[in-house]
Design a protein around this ligand. Structure first.
Ligand code: ADP
Length: 492
């Protein structure tokens, strides 16, 4: 088959990174029932992976409870040493991990390589941060008493992770959890379990003790529900759609646990007339088309001020028309296949609705000649706020450009969304940058750059984009509980 991923997988230096069994208590669990993992570029079946049952979830939870009793008492420096070794293993095997990711997720190999490096950086960062889980002492309001707060690991935790960043969304959660002294069970997206299992293999190499990090594979909804039915699961972290985040939060209401949710975005990308056009176009290309548009940080509403609007549309469309679409293994490819057919459908639906409502296609618009899960990079101009494409996250390589006139107007329009993850602003005017960043109702605001993520920053959204933060010292606290201790002197 042309462009088949199988040869790339056969060429892996370490074939043992291609695991098809779930990873429970340091052992590889095979199942008679399996789920198929498919190459989104070709539709070819890549692997059959264990379909775990509810009873496997129960087993994993009980091992996680046992492992926690020991792991919580391991010195933070020693926990950190395991995490660093794990990260080093990822870097040593980066080519294999990237090939596995491109095969099952579809993203261009260069992007898969970057994700592996990004993913490993969370393990290194939290390895160090775990040693800084400081508590506090409190000047006492009680006679002869010493008041202190210790930060202690919350216990057994669960991560439910998405298919768009199959490695980084695992290490961002597991790095923090393990550094804090928690154990973690990961349920990866059924589309991309191979990347998760390769990480488990490297955790095993790094000497992470049995039961501390486990991976349960199979059908999403029943496994997630079973995990969250356990009252011993004390925290969970989810990255995915707002719709599913809401379901998982509801399922957690019965047992009241800590929840960290990284949900959908609908990022405004605001270009003022005083911004250098070339820089704004280049930034917008990166913010729109990275991960083939399947990114919660993707520029979803590109607001451009009247004086630059026509030129911006022209230059942005020109750059978009040069994007190379194809199999992620082909050199020079910018846009891979969509990981799921539902993304292709959503792009189609948003384009046709926008056209009916008066938007115009500047480039693209037609179905991809490559067929299957491929989408032609498309630019729509003259989009208005009421169109579906401006109201919903697109999650594909379709750009919506909307004109605006005044600063106050664009801030109000940008904030007029239930989402509040990331926003971008391009301007040379420092006063304006300060005013606008102050007013944007978003968890993350980037000024004059499309690149702002990384292990040291608190990643997370306002409003219906989520709860809690990942990365940074805030990310560690998601896995810690404060314990206030009051020690009183017995009066002689
Ligand atoms: P998408 O629709 O783009 O796949 P989701 O939010 O549905 O985004 O998926 C993110 C993660 O949530 C994946 O691990 C997926 O398997 C999981 N998931 C999907 N549906 C459910 C569900 N009903 N219950 C629990 N987890 C789910």
């Amino acid at each position: 088959m042309k462009g088949s991923a199988t040869p790339a997988l056969m060429r892996l230096k370490r074939q043992d990174l291609l695991q098809k069994c779930a990873y429970v208590n340091g052992a590889w669990l095979s199942k008679v029932e399996t789920i198929s993992v498919v190459d989104p570029a070709t539709g070819e079946k890549l692997a059959q992976v264990a379909a775990c049952e509810r009873s496997d979830v129960d087993t994993a939870v009980s091992f996680a409870i046992t492992a926690f009793q020991r792991w919580r008492d391991v010195l933070p420096s020693e926990r950190g040493a395991h995490l660093r070794k794990w990260a080093a293993g990822m870097r040593e095997n980066a080519e294999d991990l990237a090939a596995i990711m491109t095969a099952e997720q579809g993203k261009p190999l260069t992007e898969a390589r970057s994700e592996i490096s990004y993913a490993a950086s969370f393990l290194d960062w939290f390895a160090a941060e775990g040693e800084r889980a400081y508590g506090e002492t409190i000047p006492s309001h009680l006679a002869r008493s010493r008041l202190s707060v210790q930060m202690q690991p919350v216990g057994v935790t669960v991560a439910i992770t998405p298919w768009n960043f199959p490695s980084a969304m695992i290490t961002r959660k597991a790095g923090a959890a393990l550094a804090a002294g928690c154990t973690m069970i990961v349920k990866p997206a059924p589309e991309t379990p191979l990347s998760a299992l390769a990480l488990a293999r490297l955790a095993e190499d790094a000497g992470v003790p049995a039961g501390v990090f486990q991976v349960i594979t199979g059908e999403a909804a029943p496994l997630a529900k079973r995990l969250l039915d356990h009252s011993d699961v004390r925290a969970f972290s989810f990255t995915g759609s707002t719709e599913i985040g809401r379901i998982l939060l509801e399922q957690s209401a019965k047992t009241l646990r800590k929840a960290s949710l990284e949900l959908g975005g609908n990022a405004p990308f605001i270009v003022f007339d005083d911004a250098p056009l070339e820089t704004a176009v280049a930034g917008c290309m990166a913010a729109k088309f990275a991960t083939s548009g399947q990114d919660c940080l993707a520029a979803n509403r590109i607001y451009v001020q009247g004086g630059s609007y026509q030129r911006f549309v022209h230059e942005f469309a020109k750059a978009t028309s040069k994007l190379k679409v194809g199999n992620g293994f082909e050199p020079g490819v910018d846009i891979g296949p969509m990981t799921k057919p539902s993304v292709v459908e959503k792009c189609r639906r948003q384009i046709s609705e926008a056209l009916c409502a008066g938007a115009r296609i500047v480039v693209g618009g037609q179905d991809s000649p490559l067929g299957g899960n491929f989408v032609t990079p498309t630019v729509l101009a003259d989009v208005t706020d009421g169109m579906l494409i401006a109201k919903e996250e697109t999650f594909g390589p379709v750009a919506a450009i909307l004109p605006f006139d005044r600063e106050a107007e664009v801030v109000a329009r940008a904030n007029n969304s239930e989402m509040g993850l990331a926003a971008y602003v391009y301007t040379r005017d420092l006063n304006r940058a300060m005013r606008v960043t102050d007013q944007l109702e978003y968890g993350m605001v980037a000024v004059n750059t499309p690149k702002f993520t990384g292990a040291p920053i608190p990643f997370g959204g306002w409003k219906q984009s989520g709860l809690g933060r990942e990365g940074s010292r805030h990310g560690l606290t998601e896995y810690l509980e404060p314990k206030y201790v009051c020690i009183s002197n017995i009066a002689d």
